[in-house]
Write a protein of this length. Structure first.
Length: 502
């Protein structure tokens, strides 16, 4: 591709601060509400049957609309979409914090998901089009990867502090200052490359098929967790999801301006990134959930103490992302960071299969958390960069949306799959050890721990599979050029650096 005149925006690093702040807000929200849910349920009188919808309403809207949000970012412009997402997310959070009943809270959560689906892909695609120098790109994605990887654990800490010392409503209100600061900063310093937009008409059939297919898929896994995998509604949702998503692929291969250009996912490296990241998140989401309950119910930790117990994992993620992944990304192929990173994380997960009623945090859980964080941080950073590196600028938004979609769908699958495995193992253990149990309480706790360790063993295998996929599918060379990734395979397009709009 011929070279174009380029202009390096001197304020791009300031822009990174506000993009990262917005990303932190979105990632925090995935876990911060979990800690506050018992208090919100008691305060608003939410039934046990409706309790799950506080989480599911957000997941359905966010996961189902991500591809649409990515395409809107390409069409409207990433900065404008970013600002709309920020302000809408803040407004939805204000409604959630002021909720007077169940319906108001569930509506607010769905709105958060809608605006999050605009915000997340526009944030990542802004980085993709603003940072084209390989060394700068490595640093920028190192920061972004650390936030994406560690933000969920930080959400547990912040959720615990706000719930324990203030009120559950502050787990919603805290988003407002995040959003306002990020929006003001974005208006002042973000300048998007003007030639990177995709002004093609919106693919309405693609939007409807993709959104309904992803919603059916996410909801199917949610129903599997509560109703069982063989229940009629669960099976029906999975069949509907398969039919809708197959129809989506068929439509996208024929329309002139597809919602998801198949060239984005047909590239071997991006497909490998999407698949391995999705698998890794399956294991991570399950771990957060199990270890939160283990530390609070079995070990008796307070919400705040539980949150701080996750801090070493966050430190490991930041170290792996900024000190290992970012430094080595331009020196070694991405697969040599992603594969070993996922393997190190699986070793940390393997340590956590040994938890018991009297497990010591410093001697077992702490090293497990450190290894898990270090491995995931090392793998996440080059994966996120590679997912958008070499993509045509007009496709940056939808390529970014696919990263978020793989993580969101992976999180939904992980929560449902590993919860189902844990619940089944817990029931089987309690039934087989009922006669020999010293007390009902001891049996209950030991059964719970057995269920957790069984599910964590599955997570170990899933992370190992993510490592295998990364090593076999990702064949990109070092990310050492401003254009296509060296050795990236078919479908990689060279990136031109567009002139920035003033």
């Amino acid at each position: 591709m011929p070279e174009t005149a380029s202009y390096v925006d001197p304020r791009r690093w300031k822009a990174l601060i506000f993009i990262a702040l917005a990303q932190l807000m979105v990632v925090l929200d995935a876990t911060i509400v979990n800690i506050a849910l018992p208090s919100a349920q008691a305060d608003l009188g939410i039934s046990d049957g409706n309790r799950q919808w506080v989480i599911t309403a957000y997941a359905l809207a966010f996961g189902g609309l991500l591809l649409f949000g990515g395409r809107i970012a390409d069409l409207w412009g990433r900065k404008q979409t970013f600002l709309v997402g920020l302000l809408g997310f803040a407004a939805a959070s204000a409604i959630g914090g002021a909720a007077l009943n169940t319906g108001m809270l569930l509506g607010a959560r769905a709105l958060q998901g809608v605006f999050g689906a605009l915000l997340a892909p526009s944030a990542l695609s802004l980085l993709a089009v603003m940072f084209t120098d390989p060394k700068e790109r490595a640093k920028a994605f190192g920061v972004f990867g650390a936030i994406a990887g560690g933000g969920g654990a930080v959400g547990l800490i912040l959720g615990g502090v706000l719930t324990e010392y203030m009120d559950w409503r502050w787990t919603f209100f805290v988003n407002i200052p995040f959003a306002v600061i990020a929006a003001v900063g974005a208006i002042a310093v973000i300048r998007e490359p003007v030639e990177s937009r995709n002004s093609s008409r919106l693919d309405i059939p693609g939007v409807l098929l993709a959104t309904s297919g992803l919603v059916a898929l996410v909801y199917g896994f949610t129903r599997a967790e509560s109703d069982g995998w063989s229940a009629g509604p669960t099976v029906g949702l999975f069949i509907a999801a398969a039919v809708l998503l197959i129809a989506f692929v068929a439509v996208e291969s024929r329309v002139r301006a597809p919602l998801l250009p198949l060239r984005v996912v047909a590239d071997r490296n991006r497909a490998g990134v999407y698949a391995s990241l999705g698998l890794a998140v399956i294991g991570m989401f399950g771990l957060f959930l199990f270890l939160t309950y283990y530390m609070q119910v079995v070990k008796g930790f307070s919400p705040v103490k539980t949150g701080f117990a996750f801090l070493p994992m966050v430190a490991g993620m930041i170290t792996g992302s900024t000190q290992i992944g970012a430094r080595l990304m331009t020196r070694v192929p991405a697969r040599l960071l992603m594969g070993p990173g996922f393997l190190v994380a699986s070793v940390g997960m393997l340590l956590l299969t040994r938890i018991d009623l009297d497990t010591s945090y410093p001697t077992l859980i702490l090293p497990g958390f450190l290894l898990l964080g270090l491995g995931m941080g090392t793998a996440f950073m080059p994966a996120m960069s590679l997912a958008t590196h070499g993509v045509e600028p007009r496709d940056a938004g939808v390529a970014s949306a696919m990263v978020n979609t793989s993580q969101q769908v992976g999180g939904a699958i992980g929560t449902a799959l590993l919860n189902t495995i844990a619940a089944s193992a817990t029931t089987d253990y309690a039934r087989s050890h009922m006669a020999a149990a010293p007390s009902r309480k001891a049996l209950e706790l030991q059964s719970m721990v057995h269920g957790y360790t069984t599910a964590i063993w599955w997570a170990v295998g899933i992370l190992a599979l993510a490592a295998v996929l990364a090593m076999t599918l990702v064949n990109a060379g070092r990310q050492d050029g401003g254009g296509a990734v060296a050795g990236s395979g078919d479908g990689a397009a060279e990136d031109a650096v567009p002139v920035l709009a003033h």
